[in-house]
Design a protein. Sequence first.
Length: 273
Amino acid sequence: MIPASTRAELEDSILTCCKSLFLTSAIPDLIKQGGTPKQIEYLAAALRQEITRREENKRDRLVKRARFPTYKTFEGYEYRCVKLPPALSREELEGVCFIEEKNNLVLYGPVGIGKTHMAIAAGVSACMKGYKVRFYTVTELVLKLAEARKNGTLERLRSELNSLDLLILDEWGYVPVDRDGSQLLFRVISDSYESKSLLLTTNLEFSKWGSIFTDDQMAAAMIDRLVHHGHLILFEGHSYRMEHALMKQTARQPGAGAVSRGSTPDAKHPGNP
């Protein structure tokens, strides 16, 4: 026999689980009326396991739908090149608190220094918390928007983007965008203003955005919407990829210099050392 207090707690747990799983309230009522202690314990455990399973499946679906180019987390992330603003702590960043407040993040710095890794890690953290996330390179999104406009599905794509909690735009300003592409991108930024969070990675300072997006006024309007509710994260230092490049490591090895085919030493020929 389980104690009365424990039975009441289990019955409350069953009721909560049933609500979470959208099950009929008749189940908790039946348990209260004639459920044996073992039945109550078993049902409470089974329902909790089902909730856990559904939550795990939901997180997996969210990660898959985000379409990250690779899976990365904050575990072991090196912050030595990162300068966070005073209003955003490391814990708040990794806990993606900025999404609840519909704030934006702009990750600015040279290539190969960890911006995309941080962007993906933040996106994965958001998925783990149940947020809807989508990852695009800017070039990819502009092409997708242009194709949708051509096919007459632009409004449907905009609706899909508007349903997100976090939109990640990687490589912002890496490739020039024509006027039509800039206008399409501007509509995405405008739609996102105060309705969801944007996360951008860029190696281009704000003053040069006009040259990339063909219009200084449009670029200024984009910046205004991004920074009004946003944080700027600075990255400083040397490229991680360059520092750990395989070619660079090979070049340091003794005897790693290239030798032409015709000059390859052959032990069979006399005169070769």
